[in-house]
Design a protein around this ligand. Structure first.
Ligand SMILES: Nc1nc2c(c(=O)[nH]1)N[C@H]1C(S)=C(S)[C@@H](COP(=O)(O)OP(=O)(O)OC[C@H]3O[C@@H](n4cnc5c(=O)[nH]c(N)nc54)[C@H](O)[C@@H]3O)O[C@H]1N2
Ligand SMILES: Nc1nc2c(c(=O)[nH]1)N[C@H]1C(S)=C(S)[C@@H](COP(=O)(O)OP(=O)(O)OC[C@H]3O[C@@H](n4cnc5c(=O)[nH]c(N)nc54)[C@H](O)[C@@H]3O)O[C@H]1N2
Ligand code: SF4
Ligand SMILES: [Mo]
Length: 737
């Protein structure tokens, strides 16, 4: 067998970021288990972590570039692939301008430091306004509300779960998702501990979820009505004189305008629309106010709706008004060791955020944090005129399955003049590409989570070294991105990307360190790529060694020496230091949000639709791309429609029958699973399925393709403020197929 070794590797598959022990022998993965010595995840893992082995070994995972020749994607060398980009991109840019080339960045980019740290260089080199990402299918409403309230898009508080006594989870299912904008491995264990010390877990969800099953209390809510419910809870705090912001009182701006704006949202007024009785709404508000340590946490379900930004904002309004924001056991902010912009610059005050610096050409959707909504991608490709998208780069993005109106996007991709995908599979989206550039297996790269330590249950820092050496000649994705950037800048496909990397880093360091730049650069000599950026960020970060000025502080060498990570302590209050608002206060009543409230109120009088669809996640699945891995694909069928028995009876459907579900975007056929865990009038499908596209190369996934939920949903429904897609509460009809 040769010798076996054990490597510590942070799992890159979901936001829980578990530390894994990867056992390796003879150049192969022998086994994967949770790393007990991981300071953060302490041995926890889920079945997807084990599937990293299958991902590494998947014969369908691309190892060489593909280039379309005579209509067929064929294997090509790296030089040939980049030469093809060089042949086709610059003429397009010259003829149609920068906005003719779009960039779409998907979820796995948040889990690879290569992609997260270097995609900006491609974006900048392209210089296009047509920037899209999974953020507008997911968390943009929360980023916007946090940006408006606290001054930075990523200053998002998380529940301090290890110290809280009362936790309200609304529109999230961390038992399955393992948390989002909240890195919390082993939610089950932490929820159990919360209850064991006498605390309460309350869940609000249109489905009695796995999280509801471990809670003390669960309320059904009519999809899409969270902003109304949360507004009514905040109204109750004002109405009953329970507003007690405590220490934060002098830091809160806009309490009075907020009170006035929430006046129409009495629980008695919103109860019917929400499907929660007014006394229950009042009781929830009182419980929040009364608990010594409490937090409200809202996630995907509260974002992917018409008033997602309002709901996201009101979550933190409740935390602030009840005195639980920035308090131990409440909703607290992280202080990440590296890359957190809310630890940079002057503390306590800043420029805040701006939105709408430009708008999409066809629908006029405003730019939010440099992006346009993913739901306008298809129309921007289809609609002629100056600025029409003619070429597209996708980076770890599968919008055909992950964005509403998926089939429309697929048809639009066919009309592009040129498409390049950085991806690891030929799938529903990348099968339309002219060039596919594969990334390395996660096990072939070092890893540091750039984003998630900014939203974790505890401060910590971890780095994983590569487990395997990449195949000779296979460039890591950061170098691929730099090469593409070089082509877009007119430097050609054979530019020296390592020199370009030096140039970019030098420019950045000069900007930040001024006269000390040469000294700082000498300190990181010998490193390049993401590791050099990490070393710079760690050493200059809040726990850093400050290049020698703070001996004993963090640097990459110290992290390398501690594969199980370094614990940086429990969450500590950060207000007002964290704030980057121009006022230097927490903005409780941003005018843009107050102005949206009447629109939400107007919803109250619209009749509730008889049947709507919501999504769900499964422990053995991850968005659209892990259905080709044997360890996850085995077992029962997962892409089923959960239907309440009463709704099924009305449509004449029995358990196991095939139903035809029709929505505003189209229809799908899917197996019915009767379930009384749903609120009547709500059907539930997972997203990320529909692996029956011709030309995709997903052998195993194609055997049980499932149906694409996003073929049902309309790409016309957006949260007006953030541009986020509405993925929840779409009206559907149900019939026997
Ligand atoms: N109806 C509905 N739709 C949803 C959701 C929902 O709840 N309901 N959820 C939304 C959410 S939260 C998200 S985040 C999006 C996710 O949607 P996307 O951002 O499209 O992400 P994935 O579906 O995970 O697809 C990931 C793509 O990256 C590729 N990939 C995987 N690993 C790598 C790698 O290491 N390198 C490269 N270059 N490529 C890689 C995969 O092959 C795949 O093409 O879906 C959204 N869509
Ligand atoms: N196993 C697994 N884990 C994952 C993923 C995965 O695909 N599989 N995806 C990862 C990604 S990209 C993300 S963003 C996170 C998301 O993580 P979560 O935010 O926990 O997302 P979901 O599990 O989809 O839970 C959303 C919940 O909202 C409920 N819901 C739907 N509509 C409404 C509504 O109108 N109001 C309320 N109150 N609730 C509603 C749904 O029933 C569901 O229980 O999960 C991540 N983790
Ligand atoms: S919960 Fe599972 S997929 Fe998520 S990081 Fe942990 S092992 Fe990986
Ligand atoms: Mo997501």
């Amino acid at each position: 067998m040769g010798d076996t070794r054990t490597h510590h590797r942070i799992c890159p598959l979901c936001e829980a970021c578990c530390g894994l022990e990867v056992q390796v022998g003879d150049g192969r993965v022998l086994g994967i288990r949770g790393a007990e010595d991981d300071v953060f995840s302490k041995g926890y893992l889920c079945p997807k972590g084990v599937a990293l082995k299958d991902l590494h070994e998947d014969p369908d995972r691309l190892r060489t570039p593909l280039v379309r020749r005579d209509g067929v994607l064929r294997e090509a060398g790296w030089d040939e692939a980049f030469a093809e980009v060089e042949r086709r991109l610059p003429p397009l840019l010259a003829a149609h301008g920068r906005d003719a080339v779009a960039l779409a960045v998907g979820n796995p980019a948040a889990h690879k430091m290569d992609l997260l740290l270097y995609v900006r260089h491609l974006a900048k080199a392209l210089g296009t306004r047509n920037m899209f990402s999974a953020s507008t299918l997911d968390q943009m409403p929360k980023q916007l509300s946090a940006g408006l309230m606290f001054g930075h898009w990523l200053s998002i508080p998380v529940p301090d779960i290890e110290r809280t006594d009362w936790l309200l989870v609304i529109g999230a299912n961390p038992m399955v998702s393992n948390g989002s904008l909240w890195t919390v491995p082993d939610f089950r264990g932490k929820a159990k501990a919360l209850r064991a010390r006498g605390g309460r877990l309350v869940v609000i969800d249109p489905r009695r979820t796995e999280t509801a099953d471990v809670a003390d209390e669960h309320h059904f809510i009519r999809p899409g009505s969270d902003a109304l419910l949360l507004a009514a809870m905040a109204h109750t705090l004002f109405d009953e004189g329970r507003v007690r912001p405590g220490r934060l009182a002098p830091l809160l701006e806009g309490v009075e305008p907020l009170r006035e704006a929430l006046e129409p949202f009495a629980p008695e007024r919103v109860a019917a629309r929400c499907g929660i009785d007014a006394p229950d709404i009042r009781r929830l508000a009182r419980a929040l106010a009364a608990a010594p340590r409490a937090a409200v946490y809202g996630r995907l379900g509260t974002c992917t709706q018409r008033f997602g930004t309002l709901a996201s904002w009101l979550v933190d309004v409740l935390n602030a008004l009840s005195g639980h924001l920035d308090e131990p056991g409440g909703a607290m902010f992280l202080k990440a060791a590296a890359f957190a912009e809310n630890t940079l610059g002057a503390p306590g005050r800043g420029r805040g955020i701006v939105v709408g610096r430009h708008a999409s050409r066809v629908s006029g959707a405003p730019e939010v944090w440099t992006e346009l909504p993913m739901t306008v991608l298809a129309e921007e490709i289809e609609t002629p005129g100056h600025g029409q998208i003619k070429a597209l780069f996708t980076v770890a993005s599968n919008p055909v399955l992950s964005a509403p109106g998926g089939p429309r996007i697929a048809a639009a991709l066919e009309r592009l003049d040129f498409m390049v995908s950085l991806d690891v599979y030929v799938n529903e989206t990348t099968r339309h590409a002219d060039v596919i550039l594969p990334g390395l297996s996660p096990l072939e790269q070092g890893h540091y989570d750039v984003a998630f330590p900014q939203f974790s249950y505890r401060n910590h820092a971890r780095y994983s070294a590569p487990v395997f050496t990449p195949a000779p000649g296979h460039p890591p994705e950061w170098q691929q991105l730099l090469r593409l950037a070089a082509i877009a800048r007119g430097r050609g496909a054979t530019a020296d990307v390592l020199a370009l990397d030096d140039e970019l880093v030098e420019a950045e360091v000069r900007k930040l360190a001024g006269e000390h730049a040469p000294f700082v650069l000498r300190q990181v000599a010998g490193l390049n790529g993401p590791e050099r950026l990490l070393e710079l960020a760690l050493r200059s970060g809040p726990y850093g060694d400050r290049f020698g000025m703070n001996p004993g502080g963090l640097n990459l060498a110290r992290l390398r020496a501690a594969p199980g990570g370094i614990d940086l302590g429990e969450l500590a209050p950060r207000l007002p230091e964290l704030l980057r608002t121009p006022s230097g206060k927490v903005e409780l009543a941003p005018p843009m949000l107050l102005a949206e409230l009447p629109r939400a109120l107007a919803e109250l009088d619209a009749p509730a639709p008889p049947l709507v669809v919501i999504g769900r996640r499964d422990v053995r699945s991850n968005n659209s791309w892990m259905h080709n891995l044997p360890v996850l694909a085995k077992g029962r069928e997962r892409c089923t429609a959960l239907v309440h028995p009463a709704d099924a009876a009305r449509a004449g459907l029995a358990d196991g029958a095939t139903a035809r579900i029709e929505g505003a975007g189209g229809s799908v056929s899917v197996t019915v699973e009767l379930s009384d865990t749903l609120m009547p009038g709500v059907v539930c499908l997972p997203h990320g399925w529909g692996h029956d596209a011709p030309g995709a190369r997903l052998t195993l996934a194609a055997q049980r393709p499932g149906a694409n939920l996003n073929a049902l949903l309309s790409d016309r429904e957006r949260d007006a403020l953030s541009g986020n897609a509405v993925l929840s509460g779409g009206v559907v009809t149900l019939a026997a197929a």
